[in-house]
Structures are given as C-alpha cells and as structure tokens.
Design a protein around this ligand. Sequence first.
Ligand code: ADP
Length: 177
Amino acid sequence: MRTSPNVIVTGTPGVGKTVHCEQLAQETGLRHLSINQVAKDRGCYETYDHELQTWVVDEDKLLDAIEDEVIQGGYLIDWHACDLFPRSWIDLVVVLRCSSTSVLYDRLATRGYNQTKLQENLDAEIFGVLLEEAREAFDEEVVVELDSEKDGDVESNCARISSWVASWKESRADDTD
Ligand code: ADP
C-alpha cells in the first residue's frame, strides 16, 4: 500500500505544470516526474511529428519504464496527457487551466512554437480537452480543475494541493494504526 500519494499535474502545454510541480516538490517532498524528461532519458519515443514539432511517445514503453517506481507512491506526474496512467496508480488528478487565451498565447509564443502547434494548443485549452480526458479516465472525485493565470494562482493552488497531500497521508496513517 502506498504511504504517499501519486498526483498527476496535467493541462495544455504552457498552463504551468512545471512551475507547480517544482514548487509542490519543495512543499510536499513528493518527487517531480517530468514525463518529457523520462521519455527522453529512457528512449520512449516512437516517431517525430514534424508538423506539430513534437515527439510521439510509446506509451507502453513509458509505463514499463516508470511502473516500479510509481507504484511505490510519492510522485508528481507532470504531463500533457493523463488517460494512459492506470487508475490504480493515481490518487489525484490536477488539471491546470488558463482561461485567458492571450496569456497562454504569449507563454507559448516565447517557446518558439510554429503556428500549427500554437493553434492546436490554444484550441485544446479553449475546448477543455485535457479536463474532458481526465473526467473520462478517472472518477469524478479524483479530478480537480485549478486556474493558473496569475502568479498568485501558483501559490494558492500549491497550498491547496499540499494540504490535500497532508490529509491523504494522515488518513492513510490512521488506517494503518
Ligand atoms: P507547462 O509545464 O505546463 O508547459 P510551465 O510551468 O513551463 O508550463 O509554464 C509556462 C510559462 O508560464 C513559464 O514561464 C511560467 O513561469 C509561466 N506561468 C505558468 N503558470 C503561471 C501562473 N499561474 N502565473 C504566472 N506565470 C505562470
């Protein structure tokens, strides 16, 4: 049984997954697992999509690569998809949102994304694709939608998630007493 929870932090590229995970790792002691980094380090890429300027991940290979660690618990899983992870691995799914298209546009433009990739990501955010995906893949009570537009949002979201992590741990400790 896990003594520390696994939390997915997901959302459209640019919503703030990395900044949230970095801060949360400090606040909670959970480990930041950047799936981009894992896929790169462990060779889990399948092909390169030239139009979207992105690598396509081999999901089976990726899950095999992280399974032994993740099932122990204590991870902040940072990725722009969530429905590939088995439900039994996951305790909370945080979907970050940026409701201001211009704010998200500016964040993505500074990354040098081409027009196709920019538009694809902005559309995904406007239509709430990631939230929908999370709600389809996980139980309703496991999925939380949080706004990430201003600096203050990072603080308040992290405070909220940290306190959720603390109560999750307490309730598990009570169960094992
Ligand atoms: P992701 O990991 O989801 O692609 P990042 O965490 O890299 O996104 O954030 C993209 C950029 O937007 C970074 O420069 C980050 O500092 C900024 N950013 C993200 N969320 C916020 C926020 N709530 N307020 C202000 N800036 C933010």
